[in-house]
Each structure stands twice: as structure tokens, then as C-alpha cells.
Design a protein. Structure first.
Length: 268
């Protein structure tokens, strides 16, 4: 019985420590505000444009954007949203047929493929919001794929709003320097810095605060974990992972102790 109650609190703790998208992102108020503002101005304001979001893994880029898209779902209902993870594409050029499929266009090949998409995105119709996660995967020889995508919002009568997320901070300097020649060419930049020790501690506290009863993990242990992770990477996923493993270890120990019956004669 004791283990059954204890067991559920460990199960709950492991659940809340999974890297899901929470209702509110700790320490990312500024970034969330900028993303909201960008969608408001460009998608709702019908102004084509592009945003480049950079930051190391686990700094909340995808989580933040997913949260904002969920919160703005009703407002964005009048436009078409396409989210692609570039990691799942076979090659940089595969982004074009994948997009065509989402937009319900017939599959074309070669130059025709890009041309039919361009025609579609400059024709009359609702705004198209294209989110490309893991954008670094689209780097190719001559960067023609990235250039094509980032030049689409510049086309006359374009209705495309592009948001690209990548780990590299300098992808735009390195790969898209040519875009800066356009007067409005450069994408707006938004950088997600690594999480600080304080932010990681708050993230862990907020997650574990959802578990009823006494704290499962001691607050000094949480701070120790946050300090170590912030020193190495500031990766929130890593901090959640470390805590989840710690809970698993304790859970196994408790389970072991609960199963050991006292021996006759009082020797344990």
C-alpha cells in the first residue's frame, strides 16, 4: 500500500518532467511576445515577411512557437498554416513537394515545381504561414533552397509569411548574405539565449509543483541540477531529463525496500 501511494507520486513526477509544451514558458516572456507581435503584424496584418529564430537545442524555440500557435489558433483560422520539420525531409529540395502537398497543389518536377509554388503564393487568397523547424537541414550547395524560400515573401503580391527555426546563430550571415541586398530582404532575427541557472530552477520547480503532496525532489537538488546544466548548455530538455532519471533511481530504490520483508528474529 505504501509503495502504491509513493509509486503514483513518482509516476506523476516523471510525467510532468517530460519535454511537453507547458501552458506558460518560464523565462521566455520576451521571446513569446516578439513571436506574437510578428504573427499579428504579418499574418493578421496581411504583410508578407520572414523571421529567423536561432538558439541552441533545448532553449525553447519550438516549444515557444508551438505555444503561440496554439494560443493564436482562432485568430489564425482565416489563414493557412503549414509546419514542416526539415529533419524529416530526405533532402533540401524535398521541402518543395512537401509544401505543395500541404497546399493541395499537383506535384510538379524540376523548375516547374518551384514555379507552380511561386504562382500559388503570389495569387489571390488567404495568407500562408510556413514554419520550418530545423532549418539548418536545408543548407545546400549554393544555398539555392534557402534563398528561394526567403525570397518568396519579397515577391510582388506575395502572401507568404515564413518562420525558420535553427540551432545556428549565423546561418543568415553565412548562407543568406545575398538577401541583405534587397531593401526589405533580411529576415527579422530572434535569438533564444541558453537558460540561466535561475530560469532552469524555476522550470523544474513549476513542473514538479504539479505533483500533489510533499516535494518529490529536494530544492537543493533541483538547484544543483540547474547549476550544472546551465554551466554546460542551458538546455532545459537536459535538465528535465536529469531530474526524470533521478526520480527513476529513487523509485527503484523505494520499490526494492518495500519488497524486502523483515526477517524472523528482527534482523533486517
Amino acid at each position: 500500500q505504501l509503495f502504491r501511494q509513493e509509486g503514483t507520486c513518482y509516476q506523476q513526477a516523471k510525467q510532468v518532467l517530460h519535454a511537453a509544451v507547458p501552458d506558460r514558458l518560464q523565462g521566455r516572456e520576451r521571446e513569446t511576445g516578439i513571436l506574437r507581435q510578428f504573427l499579428q503584424e504579418h499574418v493578421l496584418g496581411r504583410r508578407p515577411g520572414s523571421l529567423y529564430v536561432s538558439g541552441a537545442p533545448g532553449t525553447g524555440k519550438t516549444a515557444c512557437l508551438s505555444r503561440v500557435l496554439l494560443d493564436c489558433k482562432d485568430k489564425l483560422a482565416g489563414s493557412k498554416t503549414v509546419v514542416l520539420n526539415c529533419m524529416a525531409l530526405g533532402s533540401p529540395n524535398s521541402v518543395f513537394p512537401a509544401l505543395a502537398q500541404h497546399l493541395g497543389l499537383p506535384v510538379a518536377t524540376g523548375r516547374e515545381r518551384v514555379r507552380s509554388l511561386e504562382k500559388h503564393l503570389t495569387a489571390q487568397g488567404p495568407m500562408v504561414l510556413l514554419v520550418l523547424d530545423e532549418l539548418d537541414q536545408l543548407e545546400s550547395k549554393g544555398q539555392d533552397v534557402l534563398y528561394t524560400l526567403f525570397e518568396w515573401p519579397q515577391l510582388p503580391s506575395s502572401r507568404l509569411v515564413l518562420v525558420g527555426l535553427a540551432n545556428a546563430l549565423d546561418l543568415t550571415d553565412r548562407s543568406l548574405a545575398r538577401l541583405r541586398a534587397h531593401p526589405a530582404g533580411s529576415p527579422q532575427l530572434l535569438h533564444f539565449p541558453p537558460y540561466t541557472k535561475e530560469q532552469l530552477t524555476r522550470i523544474l520547480q513549476e513542473r514538479l509543483g504539479q505533483v500533489a503532496g510533499d516535494p518529490v525532489v529536494d530544492s537543493a537538488a533541483l538547484q544543483f541540477c540547474a547549476r550544472k546544466v546551465s554551466a554546460v548548455s542551458g538546455d532545459a530538455r537536459k535538465a528535465l531529463d536529469v531530474c526524470r532519471r533521478a526520480v527513476e533511481v529513487v523509485e527503484l530504490e523505494v520499490r526494492g525496500q518495500t519488497l524486502l520483508k523483515p526477517l524472523p528474529g528482527g534482523e533486517s
